[in-house]
Design a protein around this ligand. Structure first.
Ligand SMILES: [Zn+2]
Length: 217
């Protein structure tokens, strides 16, 4: 698996500091289980003992802050992987397995809109947001929207494209409230994503029927 879209440094720092709701933490842990690059960054972060992570407001950090710190530290050795590896031939990332059936094909989807199915992970603390899987049929677009806060989207199968780029299995879209996007499932395979939001989405155009479908998303 080759991962092209990663967690931001600010998000990794918030994760390391334990500042995020369980819903965000699960999506991040699932990405980490698929991404050696972010695992290494996290290990370095956890090793920087002198930094007071709890007091650092994530929004105030420069986007390349961690890269600058890493550059000062010089070349890093490959660190041992702490995230446990998948043991069963399941296509569900290990951190999510206690919340989902054995395989993605066993998920009891609910239809949300034409071409879009959803499954809400049970028993996860999301604060004001949501944590759900979406299954998007080929060629189907999620209406253009911005976010009231943070949105993390991890691709588990298939791919989508939006204004930012193309996201395939293992890629994570780490979006803030400024980002405006309109993802479309862009192959002939369903795109299955895990999405955590920390506030309701805001749709940009008045589309009463669609907004009705997406209410609560
Ligand atoms: Zn990554």
């Amino acid at each position: 698996m080759s991962v092209h879209h990663h967690l931001s440094d600010a998000t990794l720092m918030s994760y390391a500091a334990g500042n995020l709701p369980e819903s965000m933490t699960l999506v991040i842990a699932a990405h980490l289980s698929m991404c050696p690059a972010c695992r290494n960054k996290l290990t370095v972060l956890e090793d920087i003992g002198g930094m007071k992570l709890e007091q650092a407001p994530a929004q105030a950090m420069a986007p390349d802050a961690l890269d600058m710190v890493l550059a000062q530290l010089g070349p890093q050795e490959e660190r041992p992987i702490r995230v446990s590896k998948p043991v069963a031939p399941s296509d569900i990332p290990q951190p999510l397995r206690s919340y989902l059936p054995e395989r993605l094909s066993d998920i009891p989807w609910k239809t949300m809109a034409p071409g879009i199915k959803t499954f809400t992970l049970p028993g996860v603390r999301t604060q004001t947001g949501t944590l759900r899987l979406l299954k998007i049929a080929p060629g189907v677009t999620i209406p253009e929207h911005t976010h009231g806060g943070m949105e993390l989207t991890l691709v588990l199968r298939g791919s989508f494209s939006d204004e930012i780029g193309r996201f395939t299995c293992g890629d994570i879209a780490d979006l803030d409230e400024e980002t405006n996007h309109q993802p479309i499932a862009d192959t002939d395979e369903d795109c299955i994503c895990l999405i955590a939001t920390d506030a309701p989405l805001r749709f940009n155009k008045l589309m009463p029927r669609l907004v009705q479908y997406f209410t609560g998303m």
